[in-house]
Design a protein around this ligand. Structure first.
Ligand SMILES: Cc1cc2nc3c(=O)[nH]c(=O)nc-3n(C[C@H](O)[C@H](O)[C@H](O)COP(=O)(O)OP(=O)(O)OC[C@H]3O[C@@H](n4cnc5c(N)ncnc54)[C@H](O)[C@@H]3O)c2cc1C
Length: 634
């Protein structure tokens, strides 16, 4: 058949257009996974692409379900992958929700208006894309204290050990991809406890004991870090145990920090990189819609059947879920979405004329870890500071080898502290010390991200103007605070920030617990290893705390805690998980919202009580487990 030149041109144009369309569709819907317009219906809608949401979405997509992830923020900026720059994301209009608490009655004296700033990630990767990368698994007693069936210490040990690849060379052929890989370990290695106990681990890694992806860990090496070595030696000299690996312990120990960093590339390793990104490349049934804020849930009687959201242009839109909606919007926004949708206590919803769908204590039980940072001056050249970080060699080392100061988070050492009980056994961990290797603290950055008054800052970090200062920040944390606050919506407008009141230090136990932790930390400085570095703690000279500073003065220490305690960024507990008949519980042990069909919560808000350490890795394990509950049900 002969074609005229016009017909030939038409065929060529049509073929080229089809090819271009195919390439475009493949790029947008398959390789990339980000979409502009969602379908009308999915099997599952995951609200929030943060630490928990990325894990859930990846695992559900692997089960062949149609999954929509809807995220209020956009893609994270390139610099968020560089571990040391994490603090720079705080306060960003684009990447941080920039929440703030109400004025605190018993705390936050050094902050403008006694108000704490609460950064929370607003981007794909969520708070896990801006956090300080500390990996911790908590302690056995944490999970037993929850008293929630199915989340006891044995189960969590299995889940967390399974996620943590401590043991070299243990290869089980049926184990596809462990969730946590220690830098330099084989991709196939597994902790023996999982291999022994695991009977239901399937080849396609759908069960929680076969996590869906690998999170990489980098262990800070004490032989390369003199400051860390001094910290560990000091711990030993003060009678504490020093552990190389084992974090699963109630007995307390000093250890090198394990950070969620890809040691080869020198990059942050969030659940966006470990879970969502590979899943987006692999599964065309996984769609990710960004810059779209979920405002409320859509109901049919007592079943949640969809979501309402504002798209990138501010238009109201809806999407339906055939199976379930999974809220992973983080403690604050999950609480807000639940309350806006009529799930919450009447005293919060009725004044706003929001019809009550489920009378549950959503927003209560708010808790957070508080940190008291103290500056320790050194006269030996062992710390990081701005001058050293900005040296061209550091840039070269980072760009070419993925190593050096830029590839670290600055967090080098961790210690959990216990006390001796009357029966001679150790208590559960009560305090944590963190060695943050950073000699120069930038006054402008720190005061603006943490809302600290300039004058208070200079009394706290007096040498902050020196870019070449040697020193470190010794962070003391009370691990199980007893103060409880709330999050409540105060406007029917879903874009209006809720009232956040953590009621910091309203329980006196938290003050004494912080003081005990600080004392243990300062005691370390009197050991030979720190004396050799010329270590000297700087006690802040806040006028309201009197002129007699120091460890002997209880009144000063109390005042110090009430003035200088800052958020550790771990808000949790407002949609707490509990037994199905527990009146304080918002979700049941399978994370279903009580009395509501088609809705689960999977994020930090379900934690009944904070674990003994930063919670990110615990949340990864919980999301893996939650995905199994969901897959098993449908
Ligand atoms: C500065 C900082 C430092 C930290 N350091 C550490 C650390 O070193 N180690 C550690 O273990 N933990 C750390 N944490 C805590 C840890 O990162 C968080 O506990 C964890 O990321 C919380 O996970 P999540 O899934 O609950 O919520 P997030 O990870 O916060 O995810 C929630 C996601 O939902 C999105 N979202 C919210 N509302 C909506 C909506 N309406 N519609 C659509 N999407 C929405 C958000 O934009 C976000 O992406 C830190 C946190 C911060 C902020």
């Amino acid at each position: 058949m002969k074609l005229s030149w016009k017909q030939g041109l038409g065929v060529w144009a049509a073929t080229t257009s089809c090819l271009l369309l195919a390439v475009w569709l493949r790029y947008y819907l398959t390789d990339n996974g980000f979409i502009k317009e969602p379908n009308q219906t999915y099997d599952y809608i995951v609200v929030g692409a943060g630490t928990s949401g990325c894990v859930l979405a990846a695992k559900l997509a692997a089960s062949n379900s149609k999954v929509l992830v809807i995220e209020a923020g956009g893609e994270p900026p390139w610099y968020s992958w560089i571990p040391i720059v994490a603090p720079i994301l705080q306060g960003s209009e684009q990447y941080d929700w920039r929440f703030r608490t109400v004025p605190q009655k018993f705390a936050a004296g050094a902050l403008h208006g006694n108000q704490a700033f609460w950064p929370q990630g607003k981007m794909v990767g969520g708070s896990g894309q801006m956090n300080f990368l500390i990996h911790a698994t908590g302690s056995p007693s944490d999970y037993d204290s929850w008293k929630v069936p199915g989340w006891d210490s044995h189960t969590m040990k299995t889940a967390l050990d399974g996620l943590t690849c401590w043991t070299k060379g243990i290869v089980k052929p049926f184990v596809a991809r462990p969730s946590f890989l220690l830098d330099g370990e084989s991709e196939m290695c597994r902790a023996p406890v999982l291999a022994e106990n695991s009977t239901s681990c399937s080849e396609n890694a759908q069960h929680f004991q076969c996590p869906s992806a690998a999170v990489k860990l980098q262990r800070v090496n004490a032989t390369e870090k003199p400051l860390l070595k001094a910290f560990l030696d000091a711990g030993r000299a003060c009678g504490h145990s020093v552990s190389e690996m084992d974090r699963w312990s109630d007995t307390g120990s000093f250890m090198a920090s394990h950070n969620t960093i890809d040691g080869k590339a020198g990059q942050r390793w969030s659940t966006y990189s470990s879970h969502l990104m590979p899943a987006m490349k692999r599964y065309s049934n996984l769609h990710v819609l960004t810059k779209s804020s979920v405002t409320k849930l859509v109901w049919r009687r007592n079943k949640v059947i969809g979501i309402q959201y504002l798209d990138a242009d501010g238009r109201i839109k809806h999407v339906k879920a055939g199976k379930e909606i999974l809220l992973s919007a983080g403690t604050i926004k999950t609480t807000q979405i639940l309350q806006q949708s009529g799930i919450g206590p009447p005293h919060v919803l009725e004044p706003l004329d929001i019809p009550i769908k489920a009378d549950l204590p959503v927003g209560e039980n708010l808790q957070d870890h508080l940190q008291v940072p103290l500056f320790v001056e050194l006269n030996a050249s062992v710390s990081l500071n701005i001058v050293k970080m900005l040296h061209p060699r550091q840039f070269w080392n980072y760009m070419v080898h993925g190593k050096g100061a830029l590839a670290t988070s600055g967090i080098e050492g961790i210690a959990t502290l216990t006390k001796k009980r009357e029966d001679g056994k150790p208590s559960e961990p009560y305090g944590m010390l963190i060695l943050f290797n950073m000699g120069s603290i930038n006054a402008d950055v720190y005061t603006s991200v943490a809302n600290i008054k300039k004058e208070a800052f200079h009394r706290w970090f007096p040498k902050s103007s020196s870019l070449s200062q040697e020193g470190f920040v010794l962070i003391s944390i009370c691990l199980h605070p007893r103060s409880r606050g709330h999050i409540r919506i105060i406007s029917p407008d879903p874009m209006h920030p809720p009232e956040i009141d953590p009621a910091y230090l309203s329980n006196d136990y938290d003050v004494q617990c912080s003081i005990d932790t600080i004392k243990q930390g300062v005691e370390l400085l009197n050991t030979d290893s720190f004396r050799a570095l010329g270590a000297r703690v700087h006690w802040p000279t806040f006028p309201e705390c009197g002129s007699k500073q120091g460890i002997e003065n209880q009144r000063y220490l109390e005042c110090l805690v009430r003035t200088a305690a800052l958020t550790m960024y771990h808000p949790a507990g407002t949609a707490t998980m509990g037994h199905k008949d527990d009146p304080d519980a918002v979700v049941d042990p399978e994370l279903r919202v009580r009395g509501v069909n088609g809705l689960r919560v999977v994020d930090a808000s379900v934690l009944p009580r904070l674990p003994s350490g930063p919670p990110n890795s615990v949340l990864v394990a919980m999301a893996e487990r939650a995905a199994d509950f969901i897959i098993n049900k449908h």
